[in-house]
Design a binder for this molecule. Structure first.
Ligand SMILES: C[S@@+](CC[C@H](N)C(=O)[O-])C[C@H]1O[C@@H](n2cnc3c(N)ncnc32)[C@H](O)[C@@H]1O
Length: 230
């Protein structure tokens, strides 16, 4: 077990039982991200840092003809995830496995080489080498694939005292908002000829980013989709 995985297991051992009920108040933008995915029938969708599988369960219900996969470094979180998936009868459509986000090997884990959609929800802010995770995720996308990310923003549209208090509070949970996300994302994407869009909903409480592999444009290019981020 790596240092990172034992740290996450320690943090979530008790938290996981109240995770979904408590986080819905402050992990904003997750359902908007799910609505934006719009995978085609038969598409393969991966969540990196899937935690309790809250998002995967929502997405599997919205898109009944897509196949879902999730990875997380915490075996404790995945224990809760498997119970949630089974409670919804979704075992045949959602497959989860322990993996470090920096080194996901889907061919070994799921017998899948590339994904049509990959999403990362409030995990980059917990991973020190988050730029490596982004690069790796982009490399796991197939043709016309897209990468969708939601995480804490820089709080620039909110009163300064609020941003400062949030950052202090989040630090207690090993969470660091990635204020330098946008330039890093743009650089990684341009190296791959990938187009990107970054939005800052909820007065920059969150950021919501999309990268699309060249090809026929997916529906996030429709403004009504890109703006629905709550
Ligand atoms: C704040 S939770 C978000 C969970 C879920 N994505 C959601 O939106 O509810 C962050 C998750 O990232 C996982 N995580 C942290 N570091 C990781 C890493 N290096 N590789 C994979 N998962 C990691 C944690 O175990 C945790 O489940």
């Amino acid at each position: 077990m790596s240092l990172a995985s034992s740290h996450m297991d320690r943090m979530y051992r008790s938290q996981r039982h109240i995770y979904d009920a408590s986080r819905k108040f402050y992990l904003l933008g997750r359902d908007g991200l799910v609505r934006e995915l719009q995978p085609a029938d038969g598409a393969k969708v991966l969540e990196i840092g899937c935690g309790t599988a809250r998002n995967l369960v929502v997405a599997a219900k919205v898109y009944p003809r897509a196949q879902f996969y999730g990875v997380d470094i915490s075996a404790q979180m995945l224990d809760t995830a498997r119970k949630s998936i089974a409670a919804e009868g979704l075992e045949s459509r959602i497959n989860v496995a322990v993996a470090d986000a920096c080194d996901v090997r889907p061919a070994e884990l799921f017998n899948v080489a590339k994904f049509d959609r990959i999403f990362i929800s409030y995990a980059l802010s917990m991973i020190d080498s988050w730029e490596d995770v982004l690069a790796h995720a982009m490399d796991l996308l197939g043709p016309n694939g897209s990468l969708h990310i939601v995480d804490f923003g820089d709080f620039s549209g909110l009163p300064p005292w609020f941003g400062k208090a949030m950052k202090t509070w989040l630090a207690a949970f090993s969470v660091t908002p990635r204020d330098d996300f946008e330039p890093a994302f743009a650089t990684l994407a341009s190296r791959r000829g990938t187009s990107v869009r970054v939005m800052k909903p909820f007065r920059a409480y969150a950021f919501h980013a999309v990268a699309v592999v060249p090809g026929k444009g997916p529906s996030w290019q429709n403004p009504s989709v890109s703006q629905s981020v709550n």
